[in-house]
Write a protein that binds this ligand. Structure first.
Ligand code: 4NP
Length: 153
């Protein structure tokens, strides 16, 4: 069983979408997918309604997810830890105990644009990039992640 953790700040906008999208592309008996936030603001909450809406419009139900905070134990639990942006990366790397922990942490858009360290923009406060854009970026990244996890299809 391969275990993948998606991480953002609040665990209500980006990482719940990443979790739902990747889950929709893998076999659940082969790959476990979860998500967490580096911040504690939204613990126990459902995903943001705008994330739920864009997922629903793509046939994915993320409404049962509950936000939780990233914990050091997640380094033991998961094989791959995908962060959405540079600040998530810094916050998670700060908690790493050794190089094994550090090696698990990757910027998710580096799957699409290797070594460019591009952020999935935080859509929470609106702005240039909306939830649809975030969805499309994560969908593209998850397609590549699935191929890596499952090279024989
Ligand atoms: P997320 O978005 O990290 O994609 O879940 C955010 C949600 C809430 C906050 C920040 C980012 N917040 O500051 O409350």
């Amino acid at each position: 069983m391969t275990k993948v953790l998606m991480v953002c700040l609040g665990n209500i906008c980006r990482s719940p979408l990443a979790e739902g999208i990747l889950k929709s592309k893998v076999f659940s008996h082969k790959t476990c997918v979860d998500s967490a936030g580096t911040g504690a603001y939204h613990i126990g909450e459902k995903p943001d309604r705008r994330s739920i809406a864009v997922a629903t419009s793509n046939g994915i139900d993320i409404s049962n997810q509950k936000a939780r905070k990233f914990s050091i134990k997640d380094f033991d639990e998961f094989d791959f830890i995908y962060v959405m942006d540079q600040s998530n990366f810094d916050n998670v790397i700060m908690l790493a105990r050794n190089s094994d922990d550090e090696m698990k942490v990757k910027m998710i858009l580096n799957e699409v644009f290797p070594t460019e360290n591009l952020d999935v923009p935080d859509p929470y406060y609106g702005g240039e990039f909306g939830f649809k854009n975030v969805y499309n970026m994560l969908d593209e990244a998850c397609d590549i992640i699935v191929k890596k996890l499952n090279p024989n299809g």
